[in-house]
Design a protein around this ligand. Structure first.
Ligand SMILES: NC(=O)C1=CN([C@@H]2O[C@H](COP(=O)(O)OP(=O)(O)OC[C@H]3O[C@@H](n4cnc5c(N)ncnc54)[C@H](OP(=O)(O)O)[C@@H]3O)[C@@H](O)[C@H]2O)C=CC1
Ligand SMILES: N[C@@H](C[C@H]1CC(C(=O)O)=NO1)C(=O)O
Length: 326
């Protein structure tokens, strides 16, 4: 059987994670990495071809699924619709407030081209979304809570790096202990966004940049920081590299509800990630398999993880899954 031919668009933490995840999936092969930078400057883990993204049109018909690894703040809003017109795609778009409009924009490109585009793949949005859905579908009377961290959010770190005057930076998400405590005690509390998490940024300024202006641009940023108590710490590049290279993360989704005869039921799904990008990339690769199959089944247009039958994620046949997992 022929392998599923994969392309990577954008080579950062996620792109590198996809490259290494593909090596763990024998039914797939990496055809090429596409970058907006000078291809020769990229240092890959393996020896796949690296091309400038402007040349990606030549690869139509040679790639079964293109995995988009750009940043959600600035890259995917433009790359998502543009590339879904040319290829089947999966991406990790995670600006939650903008998902409906992004879905529409990608669908308008993918559908007419007969391409399948699964958006917002990863863990949140992604696997956490699925567990929020299971929880409220099964326990209609109840409450759902999502907590992240303490860990490095790649979406928020990308957003920090895009602020004018920022040379490098990362963002950590910290759950508020009292909020977690009250949820775990089954109090079913009403918690505002601000009451659940705090955000802590570490930023290297560009030469001559105004620290106060950068801090203000971060803490007021809509969809990313405005609704949270956010702190910004400034440090030099050496310290950032020394103390903030690792990208651990994690969190959990909890659904607490009562069933028809008044019994309390609690569902929990949790992640402990040593590498956020490698895990997210592994989710993207499983959904690339599903995107390829959905397209073969004639299911074109934009999808989210909530639309994808879970069996399509596995390299095993439906019969094998029934035998092994049911
Ligand atoms: N749904 C989910 O659960 C998750 C979603 N994500 C999403 O993944 C997105 C990407 O995260 P991440 O890979 O960490 O972002 P990076 O900042 O590492 O990379 C983003 C893009 O920037 C470019 N780039 C990377 N490194 C450099 C560099 N040194 N100099 C110049 N340009 C560079 C690359 O594009 P190019 O090669 O074209 O230059 C790359 O595609 C996040 O914005 C987030 O939204 C992440 C984790 C979980
Ligand atoms: N999309 C997130 C994945 C999780 C982490 C997160 C956060 O810390 O705010 N929200 O969702 C990421 O980019 O890491």
């Amino acid at each position: 059987t022929t392998k599923i031919r994969i392309g990577i668009a954008g080579y950062g933490n996620l792109g590198r994670g996809v490259e290494s995840a593909l090596a763990q999936n024998g039914d797939m092969e990496l055809v090429g990495v596409f970058t907006r930078r000078e291809p020769g400057q990229l240092k890959l883990l393996g020896n796949a071809p690296v091309l400038h993204i402007d040349d990606i049109g030549q690869y139509q018909g040679k790639i079964d699924v293109l995995i988009l690894c750009g940043g959600s703040k600035n890259d995917l809003p433009e790359q998502g619709p543009a590339l879904a017109a040319l290829f089947n795609t999966v991406d990790s778009f995670d600006t939650h407030a903008k998902v409906p409009e992004y879905f529409e924009a990608v669908n308008q490109s993918a559908e007419p081209a007969g391409n399948t585009a699964i958006i917002s793949v990863g863990w949140d949005p992604g696997l956490f979304s699925l567990n929020r859905l299971f929880g409220e579908a099964v326990l209609p009377e109840g409450a759902t809570y999502t907590f992240w961290g303490k860990g490095l959010s790649q979406g928020h770190s990308d957003a920090v790096r895009r602020v004018p005057g920022v040379k490098a930076g990362v963002q950590y998400t910290l759950p508020v202990p009292e909020a977690v405590e009250r949820v775990r005690n089954g109090e079913l509390p009403q918690l505002s966004t601000r009451e659940k998490h705090k955000r802590e940024c570490f930023v290297v300024l560009q030469e001559g940049a105004d620290a106060a202006a950068v801090e203000q641009a971060i803490v007021t940023m809509p969809d990313y920081f405005a609704d949270y108590d956010t702190t910004v710490n400034f440090l030099d590049e050496e310290t950032l590299r020394r103390d903030h290279e690792a990208m651990p993360h994690g969190g959990f989704v909890i659904r607490s509800g009562t069933t028809g005869q008044g019994n309390t039921q609690v569902v929990e799904y949790s992640l402990k990630l040593q590498s956020n990008p490698e895990f997210t990339a592994s989710v993207l690769v499983a959904y690339a398999r599903a995107a390829h199959r959905l397209n073969q089944m004639g299911q074109a247009g934009a999808k989210s993880v909530l639309d994808v039958p879970p069996g399509l994620l596995s390299p095993k046949s439906a019969a094998q899954l029934r035998k092994e997992l049911l």
